[in-house]
Design a protein. Structure first.
Length: 134
């Protein structure tokens, strides 16, 4: 189980986050604050897309597993589904507001996006780990 979870983390979560890291690298200006770079890199809701993608994939893996530990699988699956829905709605909300007509500041968008990505990684990892119990 540890090997599968490690493979999922490296190839599912870390590699799925590469567009965010490449965008962050592109924005690096000598002498700038790292927090401001992270806000600029994530202020368009990109982490929401990544969290929706990894949550959807993990939910698919969990749904194909057996009936052992059904309650834990249901809780983890529900958490993953909630992250999937909230991340999708959040990205639609952010992407549908390109001129910032609504009161959304970049710091709030970046913080919420990164928090959702963190919750997505934890809930998806739980689904992947529990899927091993067939």
């Amino acid at each position: 189980m540890v090997a599968k979870l490690t493979r999922w983390f490296l190839f599912g979560a870390v590699i799925a986050s590469l567009p965010i890291w490449f965008n962050l690298y592109r924005l690096i200006i000598p002498g700038s604050e790292p927090v401001m770079l992270l806000i600029a890199s994530c202020s368009h809701g990109e982490p929401l897309l990544v969290s929706a993608a990894i949550s959807g994939a993990a939910l698919g893996v969990l749904l194909g597993s057996g009936s052992r530990m059904l309650v834990a699988k249901a809780v983890a699956g529900l958490g993953c589904a909630v992250v999937l829905v909230l991340a999708s709605i959040g990205f639609a909300y952010v992407a549908g507001n390109p001129d910032r007509v609504l009161p959304l500041d970049p710091e709030s968008i970046a913080l919420a996006s990164l928090a959702m990505l963190s919750f997505g990684i934890v809930s998806s990892g739980s689904c992947i780990a529990l899927a091993e119990y067939r």
